[in-house]
Design a binder for this molecule. Structure first.
Ligand SMILES: [Zn+2]
Length: 101
């Protein structure tokens, strides 16, 4: 998975296409991720032992990682490449401008 928690991403396909947000959670096993305020579902809760107050809450639902691209601060949504920096550490780079992500 090339995208990590905290990345700014743009949704390029699916019903949330065009939305941008910050990744709040990555689910590598499912190749899905959760983006803040994107793909929000209304959940209807009934009061029970855990939830004392019923009602409707907004819940961010995971979307497929293949539908999103990371946003490069220089040139927008981009594909991710890898390189080794001067310290020999593998870093992610923007495939458009070559800058580190
Ligand atoms: Zn770039």
């Amino acid at each position: 998975m090339k995208i990590r928690k905290g990345d700014k991403v743009k949704v390029l396909a699916g019903k949330e296409r065009g939305r941008e947000g910050t990744v709040t959670r990555v689910l590598p096993g499912e190749n899905r991720l959760i983006i803040e305020r994107v793909n929000v579902a209304k959940k209807h809760l009934k009061p029970n032992n855990k939830v004392t107050q019923g009602g409707i809450i907004d819940k961010d639902m995971p979307i497929s990682a293949s539908n999103v691209q990371i946003i490069c601060s220089a040139d927008g949504p981009t594909r991710v490449g890898y390189k080794f920096n001067s310290d020999g550490v593998k870093v992610r780079v923007c495939k458009k401008c070559g800058g580190e992500l």
